[in-house]
Write a protein that binds this ligand. Sequence first.
Ligand SMILES: NC(=O)C1=CN([C@@H]2O[C@H](COP(=O)(O)OP(=O)(O)OC[C@H]3O[C@@H](n4cnc5c(N)ncnc54)[C@H](OP(=O)(O)O)[C@@H]3O)[C@@H](O)[C@H]2O)C=CC1
Ligand SMILES: Nc1nc(=O)c2c([nH]1)NC[C@@H]1CN(c3ccc(C(=O)N[C@@H](CCC(=O)O)C(=O)O)cc3)C=[N+]21
Length: 295
Amino acid sequence: MRADIIDGKAFAASLRRRIAAAVPGFVAKAGRAPGLAVVLVGEDPASAVYVRSKGKATREAGMESIEHRLPATARQEELLDLIESLNRDEHVDGILVQLPLPPHMDEAAVIAAISPAKDVDGFHVVNAGRLAVGQPGFVPCTPLGCIMLLKDRLGDLSGLEAVVIGRSNIVGKPMAQLLLAENCTVTIAHSRTRDLAGVVRRADIVVAAVGRPEMVKGDWLKPGATVIDVGINRVAGEAGKSRLVGDVDFAEAEAVAGAITPVPGGVGPMTIAVLLRNTLVAAHRRSGFAAPADL
Ligand SMILES: NC(=O)C1=CN([C@@H]2O[C@H](COP(=O)(O)OP(=O)(O)OC[C@H]3O[C@@H](n4cnc5c(N)ncnc54)[C@H](OP(=O)(O)O)[C@@H]3O)[C@@H](O)[C@H]2O)C=CC1
Ligand SMILES: Nc1nc(=O)c2c([nH]1)NC[C@@H]1CN(c3ccc(C(=O)N[C@@H](CCC(=O)O)C(=O)O)cc3)C=[N+]21
């Protein structure tokens, strides 16, 4: 069997078109465009690339992109003051502080400073708590994008065995919460898990969010499983160039899985599309308008 490729890039493009189509309706009612503020601290080249592509996608959707850069040496107080001014700015609906932050900053304290109503990353404890208890809030973009791909592929997920590898606050834990909310039987695996291959072999759905290039092997998978590869790992490629690989050994997995997301072109593009979706939803909620239902 050869797995179907789940085209996250195409799905993300269609989501972005639906978002762009809904923006003029908001502008007509509110008299302004939805605004997303992205804050980059330091010069990490990978982060700078992401921030640029987020800004471009935001403008292409007809929204306002507000970009702030602070030097790597900035004091945490300066960042907290900036977040406070963005919290107060009526034109800012969403605030994203690009992670990771320089080591002298306390990420939890910085995230806590963002107004939960503008936390389009869904990283604030209030939004994490809402997700855990099933109240409406903001859900982290990457796991929400993964759920959209899974439901598009499989329809109802009820009763399926799902294994999430990774338990970070930004991917693994919210991913597990979302799968639970879809009535999956959820196992969360991590670096202390015994017999990881044996655990993964039970899964109808495997979500790999580890950060270890090509760790998940083909013979770890149940034949026909649906594999969502969140990993983004830059490794040495040919002729001194680097290339991106996921946490799943794609060549091996493709021969066993029923369907699999590629890297690049899978989960990554979904993350940005869902960020725009969350920003549009935040704009509607903050203005007291019902958010478009089909996003
Ligand atoms: N596509 C996208 O849009 C995004 C992609 N990513 C990518 O996803 C990956 C994960 O990101 P993130 O969650 O932030 O990473 P973290 O480093 O925060 O978490 C990694 C998790 O993997 C677990 N882990 C590490 N080694 C092993 C192992 N050998 N076996 C089993 N589990 C292991 C860790 O376990 P423990 O808790 O025990 O240490 C931890 O829970 C990265 O490649 C990142 O680049 C991240 C965000 C967005
Ligand atoms: N506050 C915050 N929110 C985030 O959502 C956040 C963050 N910090 N820090 C870093 C991670 C990582 N992340 C990605 C977004 C898009 C792609 C993406 O579009 N990837 C393309 C390839 C891009 C390339 O070629 O480099 C793809 O997979 O096809 C990947 C990874 C968001 N993150």
